[in-house]
Design a protein around this ligand. Structure first.
Ligand code: NAI
Length: 300
């Protein structure tokens, strides 16, 4: 039996006794959700981890819960358990919905994912209106405006607490630039601004996995880095700066300072060269249409 060694010593720690934050992952049984759950279970800032999906959460939860880290893991299956999954959460991460298949754009996902994000955000407004919300479900350019509209309707909207996750674009840009320049990617920091689709991604370095489907493992990695930054901000750490799709212009991906209330400060873009200025104009045009699409979906 594990722990019954000759030394007869078992190192015990009270379950759930460690200080930390309560985090829910909605869409936890998916390609992103599963590795994201695994990585969140390893995060010492997390004391409780709720895994919600419409399929397969009992198995995923049981598997993840066997990891001998501090966070207590609970699984929730189907809409009737959504409220229990959300109650009391400090941070909700949403990778629920369908991913792109070869030949599809992120916008092609709108019709399915818009409804999923709407329903999940209605649950958040009801059960944990103060939680920081990280939206991963695509098209992020439209699903974040959908979330904002749902929260406005419910009277719980706080722009500081709603963030679209564009961290994958930053992670990719850092990796590609480091490769070209022969650097350690950990030493590279490329801000990627605009949005999270096509020409709205500035600079346009996000070409990985073309035609082979959507990113899952690198997205889970990016999502957990971003969620960790949100938690460090909530804890009160100084100088936590990340790129995210936030409620500016009215929505735009840019560098933000994260703190106890979510987004504490939105940084300006800084000086742009001619190429970037041209890209920015194109990005704003497409972004405006994607934002409107999300807003119309809720208001219609
Ligand atoms: P997946 O299909 O492997 O997993 C999605 C999960 O969501 C499934 O387990 C499914 O059962 C669940 N789900 C569906 N409807 C639900 C509902 N109503 N409530 C809760 N869960 C529900 O897809 P994958 O690869 O994990 O991608 C998820 C989303 O993330 C997609 O929309 C994809 O486009 C997006 N994505 C976003 C990126 C970003 O940078 N923001 C990068 C890569 C993907």
């Amino acid at each position: 039996m594990e722990g019954s060694s000759g030394l007869g010593m078992v190192n015990c720690r009270a379950k759930g006794g460690s200080p930390g934050f309560k985090v829910a992952i909605l869409g936890a049984a998916g390609g992103i959700g599963q590795p994201l759950a695994l990585l969140m279970k390893m995060n010492p800032l997390v004391s409780v981890l709720h895994l919600y999906d419409v399929v397969n959460t009992p198995g995923v939860t049981s598997d993840i819960s066997h990891m001998d880290t501090g966070a207590v893991v609970r699984g929730f299956l189907g809409p009737q358990q959504l409220e229990n999954a959300l109650t009391g959460m400090d941070l909700v991460v949403i990778p629920a919905g369908v991913p792109r298949k070869p030949g599809m754009t992120r916008d092609d996902l709108f019709n399915i994912n818009a409804g999923i994000v709407k329903t999940l955000c209605e649950g958040i407004a009801k059960c944990c209106p103060k939680a920081i919300v990280n939206v991963i479900s695509n098209p992020v350019n439209s699903t974040v405006p959908i979330a904002a509209e749902v929260f406005k309707r419910a009277g719980t909207y706080d722009p500081k607490r709603l963030l679209g996750v564009t961290k994958l674009d930053v992670v990719r840009a850092n990796t590609f630039v480091a490769e070209v320049l022969g650097l350690d990617p950990r030493e590279v920091d490329v801000p990627v601004v605009g949005g999270h689709a096509g020409v709205t991604i500035l600079p346009l370095l996000s070409q990985a996995k073309a035609g082979a489907g959507s990113a899952t493992l690198s997205m889970a990695y990016a999502a957990v880095k971003f969620a960790d930054a949100c938690l460090r901000g909530l804890r009160g750490d100084a100088g936590v700066v990340e790129c995210a799709y936030v409620t500016e212009l009215p929505f735009f991906a840019t560098k933000v300072l994260l703190g106890r209330n979510g987004v504490e400060e939105i940084y300006s873009l800084g000086p742009l060269n001619e190429y970037e200025r041209a890209g920015l104009n194109k990005a704003k045009e497409e972004l405006a249409a994607s934002i409107q699409k999300g807003v119309t979906f809720i208001r219609k």
